[in-house]
Design a protein around this ligand. Structure first.
Ligand SMILES: Nc1ncnc2c1ncn2[C@@H]1O[C@H](COP(=O)(O)OP(=O)(O)O)[C@@H](O)[C@H]1O
Ligand SMILES: [Mg+2]
Length: 241
């Protein structure tokens, strides 16, 4: 299977803090890969390094065959990204923002694609509203649309479900599951272990920057173990180690 994303001893330190500590993992084409871990375990730092937004202090990472340190701009061109807690520019309307993304990404039929997203995530009535006046949930819909509007081969999405109600979570979960069926790949960080168990094919558990486990979800289901139980026992063990 083709490897779409690969890290070797990837590390990032902030002073004394080892935000990401020698993480080695690989994600294959067509995976819906979940990056799991408690608060502060390094998930956001991982995604920021993998998308060329912050430089590693050690190790290497390759995304779609590109080294993220040597080609950060190319990486960002190719992938879709939902950064953690980032909001669209306050001074643009929802439609203007997607137009802007379309211009940067050279999407010729951006209006048509945008309309599909307004309809799909049920926020067409907010098209001409300034982003600063949108609710958090609606801003998150817009961030979702901008990440997927060019149908990237790989999307890296950081806690994308957090501001969605259960109905919208369901819509998005189905979209993500369908998205990878055509061979495209998703790397998602999430707190919501039930969601990860339901939709992810593979996962990794980070704790205090260290990789505690990586493997297929089917391995757990095969032995009748819930991801949340597995996660809690690993993290608790590590906490007391
Ligand atoms: N820009 C930064 N400067 C200093 N410390 C940071 C910075 N970003 C993250 N950290 C620290 O790195 C650790 C991992 O953070 P983060 O990657 O945000 O974890 P998560 O997304 O899993 O909650 C935390 O201890 C956090 O305080
Ligand atoms: Mg985070």
């Amino acid at each position: 299977m083709t490897t779409i994303l690969e890290t070797k001893d990837l590390s990032k330190t902030y002073g004394e803090v080892k935000a990401v500590d020698h993480v080695t993992l690989a994600v294959g084409e067509g995976a819906l890969f979940g990056l799991l871990g408690p608060n502060g375990s390094g998930k956001t730092t991982m995604i920021r390094m993998l998308t060329g937004q912050t430089r590693p202090t050690g190790g290497t990472a390759t995304v779609l065959g590109l080294d993220v340190v040597q080609n950060p701009v190319k990486v960002r061109e190719k992938v879709g990204i939902i950064p953690e807690q980032e909001t669209p520019p306050s001074f643009l309307t929802a439609m203007e923002y997607l137009d802007f993304v379309g211009a940067i990404r050279n999407i010729p039929d951006v209006t048509k694609r945008a309309d599909w997203w307004f309809d799909f995530l049920d926020f067409g009535d907010k098209k001409d509203v300034l982003c600063k006046d949108l609710s958090r949930g609606t801003r998150q819909k817009l961030m979702f649309a901008q990440a997927f509007i060019h149908e990237p081969a790989l999307a890296l999405i950081d806690e994308p479900l957090i501001n969605f109600d259960p109905i919208m979570q369901d819509v998005v979960k189905e979209y993500l599951s369908g998205y990878v069926k055509s061979g495209r790949t998703i790397f998602i960080s999430t707190h919501i272990l039930e969601v990860a168990e339901e939709i992810c094919s593979g996962f990794a558990i980070l704790h205090k920057g260290k990789l505690l486990h990586t493997g297929p979800v089917a391995e757990l289901t095969g032995r009748n173990e819930h991801l949340s139980d597995f996660f809690l026992s690993l993290v608790r063990k590590d906490r007391h180690a």
